[in-house]
Write a protein that binds this ligand. Structure first.
Ligand code: NAD
Length: 321
């Protein structure tokens, strides 16, 4: 069995490799070649931790496995380690033997950033020049860095519930040599691409904050009850997702579905656009919305990719198992 420790991931994994792995697995899901297993998520009654498993099988990429981990809210204060902790385990689909154990913390951030970027590549207008960020936490910097590679953006605008966190994304804009402007939510009308990545339980972005032709990637809502955008926005947008079952139950679409504004049939898989079986954006005036809920297959795809890179560089630790 191979081990790729968390400490090696930063030097091994590139944004390009994460993007390619996620784009391929979204395509495989839509083609029916890959599927996710039901998610397990438990409050374990110890250290206030939320622990769970996300797994799946990609028959096309021959990737089988799971990500185990979750959220330990006391880690940072008590032990000076980050609160999100996860590990990916890969198995040989021919034999069931354990194949690899891979640190999953940075990979989670990279695969989440790759998802909104894949949606921008396939759904945003080619001439998009202003990108708007809603959220400025840990993930926001990853999402923005990756998104900036998808179009020739000329400016970044941002809003955050906690304005003191905005320098987190301003820094990423500066790295890319782009101007950054803090705006109010109604200032988002200037953007042709908007990414929301917050832990909010009530909407920030309203339908009239979004101009015609904009692509919105909603990345924060991954649990029942969370919500980032007004349901009226989903009603007027063409809605895409990584996985329809998650989108309508734990994703941003859960609320519009519950209110009867859209139905399951209104939510399309982004993978179908990648495969060319769905036309995707229908006009320069249409609003597109990607509901990125985060699926186990994304984790497996980036883990498999990093194992290959680690083997090629002679960094993977081999153990008898
Ligand atoms: P974080 O704690 O670093 O940042 C949280 C962000 O939410 C900050 O910008 C904060 O200001 C904002 N926020 C908090 N309360 C708010 C409110 N009431 N209204 C509006 N904004 C508010 O967290 P993070 O690691 O950046 O993760 C952000 C979200 O993304 C979380 O909900 C997390 O579960 C989700 N997430 C989703 C995926 C996925 O695959 N879709 C993957 C990773 C994380």
């Amino acid at each position: 069995m191979l081990i790729v420790p968390e400490r090696e991931i930063a030097d091994l994994m590139t944004r390009e490799a994460a993007f390619e792995a996620v784009e391929n697995v979204f395509a495989a899901m839509a083609a029916g070649d890959a599927y996710n297993f039901p998610v397990v998520r438990e409050a374990i009654g110890h250290e206030d931790a939320l622990y769970g498993f996300k797994g799946g099988f990609d028959r096309a990429g021959l990737t089988l496995g799971l990500k185990a981990g979750g959220y330990w809210p006391n880690n940072l204060e008590k032990r000076q380690i980050i609160n999100h902790q996860s590990t990916v385990f890969l198995f040989d689909p021919d034999t069931g033997k354990a194949k690899a154990m891979v640190g999953g913390n940075l990979l989670t951030a990279l695969r989440t950033a790759a998802a909104s970027s894949v949606s921008i590549k396939h759904l945003a207008r080619q001439d998009a020049s202003v990108i708007g960020m809603i959220g400025a936490g840990h993930q926001a910097a990853f999402q923005l860095r990756s998104a900036l590679e998808q179009r020739d953006f000329e400016k970044v605008i941002g809003w955050n519930f906690h304005p003191e966190m905005l320098p987190n994304i301003e820094k990423v804009a500066a790295e890319a040599g782009l101007p950054f402007e803090a705006v109010q939510l109604d200032g988002m009308v200037e953007a042709e691409v908007i990414i929301s990545i917050t832990s909010a339980f009530s909407p920030s972005l309203m339908a009239d904050h979004v101009s015609p032709g904009t692509h919105v990637a909603c990345m924060g809502t991954d649990t029942k009850g969370k919500q980032e955008v007004e349901t009226a926005l989903l009603a007027k947008a063409d809605v895409f997702t990584d996985e329809v079952a998650q989108s309508i139950s734990i994703g941003e679409a859960q609320h519009a579905i519950a209110e009867g504004l859209i139905t399951e049939a209104d939510v399309a898989q982004l993978g179908a656009v990648i495969n060319g079986t769905h036309a995707g954006r229908s006009s320069d005036e249409q609003i597109t919305l990607f509901d990125g809920t985060g699926v186990g297959l994304q984790d497996l795809a980036v883990a498999a990719s990093v194992v290959e890179l680690a083997v090629a560089k002679g960094i993977a630790i081999e153990v008898d198992f």
